[in-house]
Design a protein. Sequence first.
Length: 273
Amino acid sequence: MTKLWELYKSGTWVEPFLILSIGLFILTSFILYLIIISSRSRKIRRNKRLAEYTIIIEKLMFSVVFQDMPFSEVNKDENFNKLFRKSFFREVMIDSIMNLHKNYEGNYAEKLEQFYKDSELIKDSFKKIRSLRWEVKCKGITELSEINCADAFDRIIKASQGGNKILKITAVNAAIKLGGTKSLPYLTEHPHPIDDWTQINIIHAFKKHDIGDIKGVELLLESQNTTVIALGLKLIKELKLTQKIPYLTKLVANAPNTLIKYEAQNVLQLLTV
């Protein structure tokens, strides 16, 4: 401590400190430069592979959709096998299948679904649902619902009970697409409050998938969760489900609180005009 104090008093500490600071600054700058160069190089290589893979996959998907080429035939190609073992190639292929599936219907869409299952790319999507990262879960859920994988329904319902809002909405929308009215009992038992934004998204999902009469929507009115009851009232109102009037009348008589009673009366009045 005495020596340090002497150096401080004499001012001889300034020069070594400046040299050390400059050295650390140069070293830090050099390390950051290397990190930036490495990151850019990885990005360039990735984009180059993406362009190469996209060309290969587009030709392959053309053969699958328009020339009825099954996966068993595609799998005989050694070059394809090498690429297919790479996770990035598989991810690009999944994205390509999803994009095509959105634009095709009927027999063409069924061929894509069959290829997705036969190639076991579907396992990649199921694996994503098990991820601890909500954004990865969302991607897996979206893929499985897009490809109409009914076997994923229970796992998607389980994911809808998570705390992340985006994950919850993605899972509920997917469950409605896959299960239709089958998803209603799960909504009825939903233990957590469903905010207005989530309710709007759920209503949009029912409209989008044109579920029709929505048999069972009246179950929402019997929930112990008042936000679920509110969702049921909005669904009946938005979809103009006049066949649910008896259930609305019952709710008005046995509403859990004044606000729900008021909303039920409004919907009932609207449907009976």
